[in-house]
Ligand binder design. Structure first.
Ligand SMILES: Nc1ncnc2c1ncn2[C@@H]1O[C@H](COP(=O)(O)OP(=O)(O)OP(=O)(O)O)[C@@H](O)[C@H]1O
Ligand SMILES: [Mg+2]
Length: 223
């Protein structure tokens, strides 16, 4: 469904040679599976995730998304692809503070171009993350883990082909982090959603069907 072929990403550094944050990376993201990218801070997880999610183009290499090479797609095309096919969950939740959990999810659906059944779909997604009873709560009335679950509901509500989560558990205690990781596990197992998640926690990473370990911009292990 999504694969990279020898993807590299260089950043220009003033007065120095380019810095390669990714070096000839080959990963294969399979449909309806949970893929985890694990590595220390600075290993290149976010850089790779942003390339996989069409947020950023690689310097070299191919990114095949549903058969199409998206590596050198113009920004407008990448933007359309992101809106329709991709969902994102970030480390910091960033829900809209004046909207309830339900309204946050419904609002994201409207931004994605949906017009009907917004609230029904929003409630269904909150149910999938175990939060239907909190639908009327404002973000400040939810725990950190609950807020992150609303963010997951929001990211998947428009039925993206693929869901990306960059360190979604980094700001949570280890128990809550595990709960949130299990939500992704359930979304793949029960809903067939394709998920790519990053973490620096090697133990948490074992929840993945497929685990790629990154070090200094290179894949050092992948099963
Ligand atoms: N815009 C940029 N310009 C220069 N170097 C960059 C830029 N963005 C990232 N880097 C470098 O690329 C490397 C990989 O960064 P990246 O954000 O992908 O790491 P990460 O694995 O996500 O780390 P973390 O766990 O801290 O989020 C780092 O050494 C970083 O300093
Ligand atoms: Mg990162």
């Amino acid at each position: 469904m999504l694969k990279t072929i020898d993807v590299s990403r260089a950043f220009p550094i003033q007065g120095e040679e380019d810095f390669y944050a990714l070096k000839k990376v080959n990963v294969h993201i399979e449909k309806s599976r949970l893929t985890v990218l694990v590595g220390k801070s600075g290993s290149g997880k976010t850089t790779l995730m942003n390339i996989l999610g069409a947020l950023d183009p690689p310097t070299e290499g191919k990114v095949l998304f549903e058969g199409q090479d998206i590596a050198q797609l113009p920004e407008t095309e990448r933007c359309r692809l992101r809106r329709k096919k991709v969902g994102y969950v970030f480390q910091s939740v960033a829900l809209i503070p004046l909207m309830t959990a339900l309204e946050n999810v419904a609002f994201a659906l409207r931004l994605a171009g949906e017009k009907r059944g917004l609230e029904d779909r929003a409630l269904e997604c909150l149910r999938l993350v175990g939060l239907e009873k909190r639908a009327g709560h404002l973000p400040q009335e939810l725990s950190g883990g609950e807020q992150q679950r609303v963010a997951i509901a929001r990211a998947m509500a428009h039925r993206p082909s693929i869901l990306f989560a960059d360190e979604p558990t980094a700001e949570l205690d280890s128990g809550t982090a595990l709960q949130v990781a299990h939500i992704f596990r359930d979304l793949t197992d029960k809903e067939g959603i394709t998920v790519v998640m990053t973490t620096h926690d090697r133990e948490l990473a074992t929840i993945g069907d497929k685990i790629y370990a990154l070090e200094d911009g290179e894949i050092i292990a992948g099963n």
